[in-house]
Write a protein that binds this ligand. Structure first.
Ligand code: FE2
Length: 228
């Protein structure tokens, strides 16, 4: 492994004890993650597409507590400011569903297949986070949404690659599943988490946010949990 300058506060996070007690019950609020029983088969194509998109600045890409993080928008709201405001308050799914959304990049097969992969009632945002070699995120808890989208409802991630030595861990629960192309609903609002990439490869990770409150999505979550 190459020598890196990842801060001790980050490397120490990955040495903390973990347990699987919150993984045993189907509790949307308490589950640290839920691996969905579905697969995305266009990971390499999406990595290639990402290399051609210009990254966007977000508050978390310029923070002193993160290094080597870039964000590439795939899909999202036309009126970002209203979306942000609504996202930070409680019970606004109905209002969020009324906003206009669209693609932010050229659409190819890999993008369209990603958009229609999961049976969300409505997709709000899709973006790809990359982490450069030597990059990291300090331990932190996300504070994105209110009660209505809490727990694992907050986001689904998909690893497009998994460099050797790359770590993404949740407090208590430990290392998250990182199977390439396998969507994982992730509870980063409840669980403190940290990420580091001491490898020599860039890490590519899809993030999807949306409204999960529909029969098909709920069924997928339940089936995925009980068929493990
Ligand atoms: Fe986070």
């Amino acid at each position: 492994m190459p020598s890196t300058n990842i801060p001790r506060i980050v490397t120490k996070f990955f040495e903390m004890p973990t347990n699987d007690k919150h993984l045993k019950n189907f509790d949307i609020e308490k589950l640290p993650w839920l691996t969905l029983d579905i697969n995305y088969d266009y990971c390499e194509q999406l990595i290639e597409l990402t290399k051609q998109i210009k990254p966007h600045t977000r508050y978390f890409t310029t923070s002193d507590y993160n290094k080597g993080l870039k964000v590439y928008d795939i899909y999202g709201p036309t009126d970002k400011e209203t979306f942000r405001k609504l996202s930070l308050t409680h019970d606004t799914t109905e209002e969020l569903n009324k906003l206009e959304y669209g693609f932010k990049c050229d659409t190819n097969d890999a993008v369209l297949k990603l958009f229609s992969l999961l049976p969300y009632k409505k997709v709000y945002e899709i973006y790809i986070n990359t982490m450069d070699p030597g990059g990291y995120l300090y331990p932190h808890t996300d504070n994105r949404y209110g009660k209505f989208r809490s727990g694992i409802k907050d986001q689904t991630i998909i690893h497009l690659n998994n460099p050797e030595g790359y770590r993404f861990s949740l407090m208590e629960a430990g290392e998250i599943p990182k199977d390439i192309g396998r969507p994982v609903m992730l509870n980063t609002n409840r669980y403190m988490h940290s990420v580091m990439n001491p490898s020599t490869q860039t890490r590519y990770l899809v993030h999807i946010h949306g409204d999960v409150h529909c029969e098909e999505m709920e069924q997928l979550m339940l089936n995925s949990f009980y068929q493990r």
